[in-house]
Write a protein of this length. Sequence first.
Length: 159
Amino acid sequence: MSRFFGLSLTAGAFAMIAVSALADGHVTKAQEDAIKARKALMGVVSYHTGLLGSIAKGETPYDAATATAAAENLAAAASMNPSVLWIEGTAQGTVADTRAKAEIWTDWAGFGKHFGDLQEASSMMVEAAGTDLASLQASMKGIGDACGACHKAFRGPQN
Ligand code: HEC
């Protein structure tokens, strides 16, 4: 009897720890690192998209080598394997400082498809960027659409 009681107390204590971990948004070092890294990846993606956008608008002079480098880096970033960045247990609402929707983990294939779309749009941009300014401008929309579609489905509201 006393053994049973001891066990159930232990289970109760674990349950309380689990609840308080959720309530204060406790995050492990591994989770924190993954969240930081995926935000950094988005920063890299965003930087190159911004550079291409600035060339498209004529704010930065068109130069085939620079535009190609930006498009190649964007394509490389979009080719990263998301599984080690969007790790389990790091959804918005479970841990702090992230806007990654829980749907990422319930629709992993759908999330991956959006990365595929960005990869495809960036590869087309590599071609376009090396051709001329008009081609680069015509390829901007595909990239913007890929960002927007994934954010709409898988990025939550501002914290
Ligand atoms: C496959 C899905 C997907 C695609 C494609 C995508 N994003 Fe994101 N992005 C996300 C998610 C999810 C987050 C939220 C990450 C978090 O808070 O943990 C995010 C966050 C961001 C952030 C905020 C980063 C931070 O420091 O908090 C920026 C900026 C961003 N994305 C820019 C872009 C741009 C620009 C593109 C297109 C060129 C793009 N993203 C394409 C899913 C995507």
